[in-house]
Write a protein that binds this ligand. Structure first.
Ligand SMILES: Cc1cc2nc3c(=O)[nH]c(=O)nc-3n(C[C@H](O)[C@H](O)[C@H](O)COP(=O)(O)O)c2cc1C
Length: 308
């Protein structure tokens, strides 16, 4: 396993500002991903382009992620991102949101093996782009992935990040680790593990259990404990006091940026409050609830002071 840590895309959380200040606060050999970018009205939204290629994205290694229903959409997205300088792109085949799966995107694409057989042909049109994938086991069946494995194996993907759940489970329920092992056995491409890694020992347990994984991808665990990647890279658990100090430093840089660029209290609160969404365990229930409830900036500041 290399020392790189894969930072999962989480819509509404890991946008350019969060990624920028996270890298600034903690450093490290992290590979970040944009939340999924989709085709809309025959193009890509300006805000998605800005998120990928704006100045905040210059300080970290970044791979844009695309979600698509067919090869026409994929072609359009690859062209638009290549024009913006992308040299690597991640294919989303795992999103469980019904709005996407209902249209055959994300985890809905796994079942469409007829369309998937065209993937290598589209990929070949973009020799300057190296592809990776992020997926689930399937939509509802735990071995649906077998249907598209021959196509995936015929492509040189840099890695496949696998979240060993099906879309029906959304983000809860048991991880199917036996099926993860099966997937690894069948995959010709390197496999990255993604799911429920919350502490350095969760990560070391997983890398010991699956010695052949190419890496780990951290999602909600990292959002709730932003030092997690740095701790994992250093192979040590930081004392809570240090974790909280660094988390507040990261938060303060991010909120200072929002104060400069956003207009008004409610915009500011709606951008900064998600910072804490997954941090209840880390900061304690009292502070977490007070932050959630705060309706004004002074109340928000008072709530922050409850973090001990
Ligand atoms: C609110 C939310 C938004 C997400 N947005 C994306 C996304 O845009 N692209 C993607 O591939 N995964 C997305 N995910 C899935 C995460 O990247 C990750 O695979 C999932 O949370 C499981 O990992 P974790 O247990 O470490 O959080 C999202 C998850 C959540 C909870």
């Amino acid at each position: 396993m290399n020392s790189r840590i894969y930072i999962a895309p989480v819509q509404g959380h890991t946008d350019a500002a969060w990624r920028h200040f996270h890298q600034l606060a903690y450093g490290g050999n992290n590979l970040y991903f944009t939340p999924f970018i989709r085709a809309e009205h025959g193009g890509v939204r300006d805000r998605d382009i800005r998120d990928f290629s704006g100045p905040l994205s210059a300080n970290h290694q970044l791979e844009p992620q695309v979600i698509f229903r067919d090869m026409e959409e994929l072609d359009l997205l690859l062209t638009a991102l290549e024009d913006e300088g992308a040299t690597r792109i991640n294919l989303n085949m795992g999103c469980p949101f019904p709005l996407q799966t209902g249209k055959g995107r994300g985890a809905g694409f796994i079942a469409n093996s007829a369309e998937a057989t065209r993937l290598p042909e589209i990929a070949a049109r973009y020799p300057g782009i190296s592809l990776s994938a992020k997926m689930r086991l399937g939509f509802s069946g735990h071995d649906e992935w077998r249907g598209i494995m021959p196509v995936l194996n015929s492509m040189p993907l840099r890695f496949i990040a696998l979240h060993p759940r099906v879309a029906r489970q959304q983000y809860g329920g048991d991880l199917d680790l036996d099926m993860f092992a099966e997937f690894m056995k069948e995959s010709a491409n390197p496999v990255v593990f993604n799911g429920e890694l919350k502490t350095p020992s969760d990560i070391s347990d997983m890398t010991e259990r699956f010695a052949d994984i190419a890496g780990v991808m951290l999602g909600r665990g990292l959002l709730g404990r932003p030092s997690l990647a740095a701790e994992a890279a250093a192979g040590e658990e930081w004392p809570r006091e240090r974790r909280i100090d660094e988390m507040l430093r990261f938060h303060n840089a991010l909120i200072a940026h929002y104060e400069e660029t956003l207009c008004g209290e409610s915009q500011l609160l709606s951008k900064i409050k998600p910072f804490w969404e997954y941090a209840e365990e880390e900061i304690g229930r009292k502070a977490w609830k007070a932050i959630k409830k705060a309706g004004t900036v002074p109340k928000y500041r008072t709530a922050l002071a409850l973090i001990e």
